[in-house]
Ligand binder design. Structure first.
Ligand SMILES: *[C@@H]1O[C@H](CO)[C@@H](O)[C@H](O)[C@H]1NC(C)=O
Ligand SMILES: *[C@@H]1O[C@H](CO)[C@@H](O)[C@H](O)[C@H]1NC(C)=O
Ligand SMILES: *[C@@H]1O[C@H](CO)[C@@H](O)[C@H](O)[C@H]1NC(C)=O
Ligand SMILES: *[C@@H]1O[C@H](CO)[C@@H](O)[C@H](O)[C@H]1NC(C)=O
Ligand SMILES: *[C@@H]1O[C@H](CO)[C@@H](O)[C@H](O)[C@H]1NC(C)=O
Ligand SMILES: *[C@@H]1O[C@H](CO)[C@@H](O)[C@H](O)[C@H]1NC(C)=O
Ligand SMILES: *[C@@H]1O[C@H](CO)[C@@H](O)[C@H](O)[C@H]1NC(C)=O
Length: 736
């Protein structure tokens, strides 16, 4: 009897493990997007691809000289299709399927699958594809064919499966050589070596990049798998492993092949469950099923381009998040897989919540490219470090040859990076990191800004001339107010960090201070607003959020002038503007307690940008040409929820950092937003907010006690604390 009970318990537990993915994490469709660019893009930080697309990409592998450098396309050998056949031929969907095929993106488990039910033949074919999150050199294709009923085991039932590969055209990015044809007899695998064809910039890349690709099985011809009619199920998998090191790819393939199909999948789904359960998730209570899916998909698509933090073999350094992720980069619309300010300004403030380590790896890419940034500054006659507008393998300028003025003039990218360093410190409270990693970058950026500034001889005034702000419709302007404001923040941060980290170059700091004090911030006293740049005429159309960023995210101006900016620029921002523009209007109105306007912009910032089938983002609204898997838009959207609706932020004041918690509100149709977990310094918080309360339960295992500052009142909280705000409460600062 006891034994029997035990059995029941085990069954129940197993059932729990295999629980169906809830609707908020399951994107199902019976049809594919007409534009296949809007198929899900999958990745694991090392490899990425778009389902059914023609390319696989590897972290940091680019081909092409300077502006022509782009992610080096590896043909999509994982694009495998299985058909069910007998000796007369293979079943087409039209012939055999009554219910057709259902396509599923399972966000919780982290894989894509298609399921075809051949009612006439009494069988189901399930095909699954994913980049493994733990064995991250491995890409997996699996097929499971199942005979559904007794009468399926009849003579007319298919007798074999036919697997064929559709990798797309040959790639011109690599010179491929077959190193081994592989033979199962000798336990050897088909191995291809690829060398990129063109160096990005010889000074910083003396040799081509080399990659090795190993196949568990190579499908030169379609593969036929016998399927005797008495056999209820037939499974098969094809694994492709890639790395810069042949030995690493080989070990990965050997390790993977030791596992049964189910353990291999479980290791992958466990890794994704850990992400959702321990790293980050947002749950909505209320009636917003579509919004829940869009949030989960947004987090998933952003997270799947990031490195896995737990892997079978050590990761290579990470080369950053590009606007359309790791699994894209071949098209111009994919921004060639380059890094822009999108990383620091749009994605990082969300990625930091996934875990500080992800944020560090993103910023570390900039640190590793500091020498190249110094070269960029030097070669144009400036001091310090000038980060390129577009950055790829070497960290030298790789902006598309179409648009040289963008590379020359969008100098805000360098101070943007300093701003992000400061914000990362303000949230992470990592004082060791700031001296080791942030200060060296901030110092060089400050030097660049100072050498780029034009200071007047007879007045204490400095300018940044011939620049382009975020509004790329206006090249070659002077004193773009966003550029100047973020430069001031960068100068102040560098000065502080230098002192904090014990550097004694007081003369240098005084110089940074002088330029910081003198850099102009244009202000029109009559209309009490900030003209976007010198000579800006009110009512002139602009491309995207620019001056309004002085409120959120910069927190440079939170006065009434900022409210006037919001109203003035709202009227003139292009309809076709990118998604995050509206998200920024949303955050700025929400944090200014203009809820209704905030709701409107929030909806405008996602509804027209998300394609229905798999909730993949487009850069531009429906009806306009634009990039697919637009992670930048997702970054803006999730910032609107966390920083706009949620009303939190992180700031540094001298040597103190604090988390600001304001009473916020929730999107329409939502009763409560639950965030697991919010990270702030050494604490981890469960955070829920609604339009009646905002409650944080925070805990830390080690480290100093927290206290809360509200106006003049200071309350000791201890290491673990609960803070609840209700309507009408003033914002509080949590500090330590
Ligand atoms: C990949 O496979 C899908 C499904 O069989 C097919 O529709 C698509 O055209 C293939 N992609 C390429 C690049 O051949
Ligand atoms: C087709 O699918 C629906 C549910 O999606 C199911 O109720 C129905 O039985 C299926 N039809 C056949 C012939 O299998
Ligand atoms: C593949 O190559 C053919 C022939 O060169 C070309 O017409 C086609 O556009 C290519 N397809 C893609 C997706 O690049
Ligand atoms: C692989 O097979 C091809 C064709 O059979 C042959 O020409 C080639 O030399 C083989 N390569 C290696 C490395 O064995
Ligand atoms: C202080 O910082 C400056 C600027 O980065 C650097 O040149 C100098 O060597 C530093 N001084 C010390 C003592 O580290
Ligand atoms: C801007 O346009 C609005 C109408 O959209 C008009 O009322 C206003 O006078 C204009 N302002 C200026 C300074 O031209
Ligand atoms: C915080 O509140 C939770 C319930 O919401 C409670 O379980 C916990 O003990 C409280 N912690 C502190 C430190 O008050």
């Amino acid at each position: 009897m006891l034994k029997f009970l035990g059995f029941v318990v085990i069954l129940a537990v197993l059932r729990g493990c295999n629980a169906q993915t809830s609707a908020a994490y399951l994107l199902q469709s019976h049809s594919l997007p007409t534009d296949r660019n809007f198929m899900p893009t999958l990745g694991n930080g090392h490899l990425g691809y778009t389902v059914y697309g023609d390319a696989i990409f590897m972290n940091g592998v680019y081909n092409g000289g300077s502006g022509n450098s782009k992610r080096a396309r590896i043909p999509n050998w994982l694009n495998i299709t299985t058909e069910v056949c007998d000796r007369f031929g293979c079943a087409t969907d039209a012939e055999a399927a009554v219910n057709g095929t259902s396509y599923e993106m399972d966000l919780r488990d982290g894989y894509f699958r298609s399921r075809t039910t051949y009612n006439g033949l009494g069988l189901t074919l399930e095909q699954r594809t994913y980049p493994h999150k733990y064995y991250n050199r491995a890409l997996v294709y699996e097929v499971v064919a199942t005979r559904n009923s007794e009468n399926a085991a009849r003579a007319n039932s298919p007798q074999f499966l036919r697997l064929s590969q559709h990798p797309g055209n040959a790639s011109d990015a690599f010179d491929f050589v077959v190193v081994s044809n592989g033979s199962s007899a000798s336990g050897d695998f088909r191995t291809i070596r690829g060398r990129t064809e063109i160096l990005e910039f010889e000074r910083f890349q003396p040799t081509p990049q080399e990659i090795y690709i190993l196949f568990s099985q190579y499908l030169e011809q379609p593969l036929q798998l016998e399927w005797p009619t008495w056999q209820a199920e037939l499974r098969h998998r094809i694994i492709i492993c890639m790395d810069r090191e042949q030995s690493v790819a080989l070990k990965e393939l050997q390790d993977v092949l030791q596992l049964s199909a189910s353990s291999l999948l479980e290791k992958h789904t466990d890794a994704w469950h850990n992400f959702w359960n321990r790293d980050f998730s947002i749950a909505l209570v209320g009636n917003a099923p579509e919004l829940s899916q869009i949030i989960n998909a947004g987090i998933f698509y952003l997270a799947n381009s990031l490195p896995s933090l737990s892997t079978n073999q050590k990761n290579e350094p990470f080369y950053g998040l590009s606007p359309t992720g790791l699994g894209r980069g071949n098209l111009e619309a994919d921004y060639q897989g380059h890094n822009f300010w999108d990383t620091e300004i749009w994605m990082l403030p969300v990625v930091t919540h996934f875990g500080f380590e992800y944020g560090k790896q993103l910023l570390d890419y900039r640190g590793r490219k500091l020498e190249a940034a110094k070269y960029n500054a030097r070669s144009k006659g400036y001091k310090g470090a000038r980060f390129p507008w577009e950055s790829a393998y070497t960290g030298t300028e790789v902006t598309n040859p179409c648009c040289p003025e963008v590379a020359q003039q969008e100098i805000h990218i360098s101070p943007d990076i300093s701003f992000a360093l400061q914000k990362f410190l303000a949230q992470s409270g990592d004082w060791t990191w700031v001296c080791e990693k942030a200060w060296p970058i901030a110092a060089e950026v400050a030097e660049f800004v100072v050498s780029r500034a034009a200071c007047e001889e007879f007045r204490p005034v400095c300018h940044l001339l011939n620049v382009m702000g975020p509004d790329e419709d206006h090249p070659d302007v002077d004193d773009n107010v966003y550029t100047n404001a973020v430069s001031k923040i960068a100068l102040e941060f560098a000065e502080w960090a230098g002192g904090y980290c014990g550097n004694d170059s007081t003369e240098l700091f005084a110089n940074w201070r002088r330029v910081n004090d003198r850099l102009v911030i244009l202000h029109d006293t009559e209309l009490d607003y900030h003209p976007q740049h010198a000579g800006y005429v009110v009512n002139t159309t602009i491309k995207q959020a620019d001056t309004i960023l002085l409120g959120y995210p910069l927190r440079y101006d939170l006065s009434n002038t900022h409210l006037n900016d919001l109203n003035i620029y709202a009227k003139v921002t292009r309809e076709s503007g990118p998604a995050m523009t509206w998200s920024m209007f949303a955050v700025n109105h929400l944090t200014s307690k203009e809820e209704w306007v905030g709701h409107e912009y929030f909806e405008r910032g996602y509804k027209n940008y998300v394609r229905p089938e798999f909730k993949v983002w487009s850069e531009t609204p429906l009806g306009y040409e634009g990039s697919a898997n637009f992670l930048t838009g997702i970054g803006g959207f999730l910032q609107a929820i966390i920083y706009g609706y949620g009303g939190i932020n992180f700031v540094r004041n001298n040597d103190k950092i604090s988390m600001i918690v304001s009473f916020g509100t929730v999107p329409l149709g939502v009763d409560e937003v639950q965030v697991n977990y919010l990270r702030y310094s050494h604490s981890t918080c469960r955070w829920v907010f609604s339009n009646r309360y905002s409650r944080m339960n925070c805990g830390a295992r080690t480290g100093p006690d927290f206290y809360m500052v509200q106006g003049k009142k200071r309350t000791l909280l201890g290491r673990s604390f609960n803070v609840t705000l209700v309507k009408g409460d003033e914002p509080v600062h949590i500090t330590f």
